[in-house]
Design a protein around this ligand. Structure first.
Ligand SMILES: Cc1cc2nc3c(=O)[nH]c(=O)nc-3n(C[C@H](O)[C@H](O)[C@H](O)COP(=O)(O)OP(=O)(O)OC[C@H]3O[C@@H](n4cnc5c(N)ncnc54)[C@H](O)[C@@H]3O)c2cc1C
Length: 361
């Protein structure tokens, strides 16, 4: 029976990026995906690459900054290897802070904007007098980058098994020997759980991940170039893509594993977008959707080796999984290969939760 060095459970951006990195280091890798790769949170995301202190938990700062720095090279590699474009944009963001944060924070990366500069940067905004800041940050199309990662993984010889739901990680008797799916068994001495919001459902560890729903819609502007920058306000954010689409997000809802959108919420987001940029009144709604972010009790990812020899986890990336994919792939590949890790992962250790190792969940 065929065996692999590493089995990755879950073909989202985290699992696929890690598969590529491990393959690069010479490991044989199988990604086991319940549905089609890249169709869950990684398909639903906005793709803002935010590494700014105000948004990111303090413990995550180092990883966020390191990952943001890796992005141009990460994208270039994927584009060359896959032959696909992923629309990495670096025009920056315009941030309208909540009123209580309207003053510039010393040491922050936010640059205060005068009304005249704001009008010049984004003429289509309704209000150029509102306190605003410029933030140097990038955005990417998550669907495109996930598709490019999938294609790159395949071209590098990563095996992908779609339509296979992993029920449990198998032990023989005290270390990992593979996974059991509804249909079959796959063999490997190392297994990594990258199952996003569903990571906690796979025995023998009950990682405390939970789904945090986000609803979004996508507009197609009547003319291109209505917006250049990402616009972030307390009510809504707008993410322009190079092909004229504008994404509008989002909600942060505790709604279980429910991916339905509701009309009232989508309309509220749509109205908020029009209030910011009146020209969007003439934009068509192309699509709306909801996705499930992998949340954790302390809003930090779970990264590293579990108490079960050969079993690793990389999940819980919550609102930053697109940003954190390159650094997660790098540090997890280091941990799995037994190399020295570039970053201190103590704050993200699975040991901080008493997940135990129980077969019951
Ligand atoms: C509305 C919204 C907006 C967002 N905006 C941003 C943003 O602007 N910037 C940013 O950085 N991040 C953003 N995020 C967060 C980002 O999408 C996630 O953190 C990231 O996609 C997580 O990737 P993942 O691979 O861990 O999870 P997923 O993409 O969910 O992948 C997990 C995969 O595991 C599979 N799976 C689950 N259980 C099993 C099983 N038992 N067996 C086999 N396979 C299984 C699933 O089918 C899925 O394909 C946003 C998320 C949402 C929902």
């Amino acid at each position: 029976m065929k065996t692999w060095d590493v089995i990755i459970i879950g073909g989202g951006i985290i699992g696929l990026s890690l598969a590529i990195e491990l393959r690069q280091r010479g490991a044989t890798v199988l990604v086991v995906e319940r549905g089609e790769p890249g169709r869950e949170a990684s398909h639903a995301a906005g793709g803002m690459l935010v590494d700014c202190a105000a948004e990111t938990p303090a413990a995550l700062q180092d990883l966020a900054i390191a990952s943001a720095r890796m992005y141009p090279e990460f994208v270039q590699g994927l584009q060359i290897e896959s032959g696909m474009k992923v629309d990495l944009r670096d025009q920056g963001a315009i941030v309208f802070p909540p009123p209580e944060h309207a003053q510039e924070r010393p040491g922050s990366k936010l640059e205060s904007l005068l009304p005249a500069s704001l009008a010049q940067l984004e003429p289509a905004l309704a209000d150029h007098e509102r306190p605003a800041f410029f933030l140097k940050e990038r955005s990417v199309d998550p669907r495109a980058i996930t598709a490019a990662a999938l294609e790159t993984a395949k071209r590098r010889g990563v095996d992908i098994s779609s339509g296979e739901e992993v029920d449990a990680v198998n032990l023989a008797p005290d270390r990992v020997c593979g996974v059991t799916t509804r249909k079959t068994l796959f063999l490997a001495r190392k297994v990594v759980n990258c199952a996003g919001a569903w990571s906690g459902q796979i025995a023998p560890h009950n990682f405390p991940t939970r789904p945090v729903k986000g609803q979004m819609l996508c507009l197609i502007a009547p003319s291109r170039g209505v917006l250049t920058h990402v616009i972030r306000s307390p009510e809504v954010y707008l993410i322009p893509r190079s092909d004229g689409r504008i994404l509008v997000g989002t909600t942060v809802e505790e709604a279980g594993f429910d991916k339905r959108t509701d009309v009232a919420t989508i309309q509220r987001l749509h109205r908020a977008a029009i209030a910011l940029v009146p020209e969007l009144r003439n934009a068509k709604i192309l699509e709306d959707w909801a996705g499930l972010r992998p949340g954790t009790p302390d809003a930090l990812p779970i990264l590293g080796q579990t108490s079960t020899p050969g079993y690793y986890v990389a999940t819980g990336h919550f609102r930053d999984g697109i940003l954190l994919a390159p650094i997660t792939a790098r540090v997890m590949a280091q941990v799995i290969s037994g190399d020295r890790c570039d970053h201190d992962l103590t704050a993200f250790s699975p040991a901080r939760f008493s997940t135990g190792s129980s077969r019951h969940h």
